[in-house]
Design a protein around this ligand. Sequence first.
Ligand SMILES: Nc1ncnc2c1ncn2[C@@H]1O[C@H](COP(=O)(O)OP(=O)(O)OP(=O)(O)O)[C@@H](O)[C@H]1O
Length: 456
Amino acid sequence: MTLEQWDTVQDNLARTLGENNFATWIKPLKFDECKDGVAVLRAPTHFVGNYVSQNFGDAILAGISHVQPDVRRIQFRVAMDRKIQGQAPVRPAKPAATPTDNVARDASDLLPSAPLEPRLNFDNFVVGKPNELANAAARRVAEGGPVTFNPLFLHGGVGLGKTHLMHAIALELRARNPELNVLYLSAEQFMYRFVQALRDRRMMDFKSLFRSVDVLMVDDVQFIAGKDSTQEEFFHTFNTLVDQNKQIVISADRAPDEIKDMENRIRSRLQSGLVVDLHPTDYELRLGILQSKCESHGVHYPDVIIEDGVLAFLAHRISSNVRVLEGALNRLYAFASLVGKPVTLELAQDCLSDVIRASERKISVEEIQRKVAEHYHIRLSDLIGPKRVRNFARPRQVAMYLCKQMTARSLPDIGRRFGGRDHTTVMHGVKRIEDLMRSDAQIAEDVELLRRALEE
Ligand SMILES: Nc1ncnc2c1ncn2[C@@H]1O[C@H](COP(=O)(O)OP(=O)(O)OP(=O)(O)O)[C@@H](O)[C@H]1O
């Protein structure tokens, strides 16, 4: 087999095994020789050789025998000339990297913090009811000083500002104290660095570097669920840092007890500090975010005029997540500056028809009422009916709150669907639940469970 043929085999493997697997395991392999039906590949370490042989051996053999049909077996050697399975050693093409070289190398490549985006700061984070607690907790951590809750665990659905708050904390901490060793990275990056350290036999470096940070911030921690050795290492890193009273900030797309395949001891560790939820945005927050984005867009597009009503229209109709909202606004600005026209409601409707269709709310008032009645084990007729006893009134308010949050219905319209009630009754109900969600964990949990069940 020629080196070109090996390149072709690698290209095919990249497609079949996926980019991450390819980059981590296949790319580091070098083709050595083909002799007597055995293709010899060189792996950088024993660990990689063994892992690849066990996990991707069949795929590699199939790929090679496709271009060189007489190959019946593959064999791995490490760069040091040592074989992993049988056979005589061969001369490596390049001088081998020894474990000693690895240790001597600058270990900081295992630990670069992910780049921080200056835009994602506290000033640009618009605060409303759904995110005020998360914002307050994030600001508290960003002030530095004595660690009060460890870890801070931020969770919420897609595009609700978790990463924004993580960056804001890291930026603020670094601005206040440039000496502070703040490490921000995603759980995926944590895993790749861990695997890289294993591969390069640099676990000691990895451990000591990760355990020497002042603040560790890990985004999207749900990613390591089910990845046993990464979880194990994360757990030890976590414990060491907490024992040293170092701040840890974690984000995830759901609460710790909802992350499946996460070891219990890790889950309970994650719950041991402050767990705060970024709730889905409400209309006011979305409008606030749009207004704030318009201010910053104004600098780049001084000629673009957004007519009255357009932002309200967007805030009403695009409720999925803030990222989609931002994308819609960017598109409007780009379009308006291209055609040199002010953005009218008609233009917005036209230009964003696909986005609006995609995020059209599909949940109906009736669906919400049914789910809420089921959840509280009451009859639908009692939920909607006139009785004001608390057993019915509270679920009714929860249902009204969810209708306000999850449908595009106006308050009078919601009132009509709750037995012809007045819009002020709905408004009162919504407000009551908003307040209770802050003081009554049971209500907060009920609402969250219902919201998720409805979104499924
Ligand atoms: N309250 C807010 N004020 C201003 N911008 C916001 C707010 N919430 C979210 N955004 C913006 O929305 C976009 C998506 O937010 P972010 O990436 O933080 O979401 P996320 O919760 O981390 O989502 P994911 O789970 O997909 O990673 C970002 O550009 C962010 O700046």
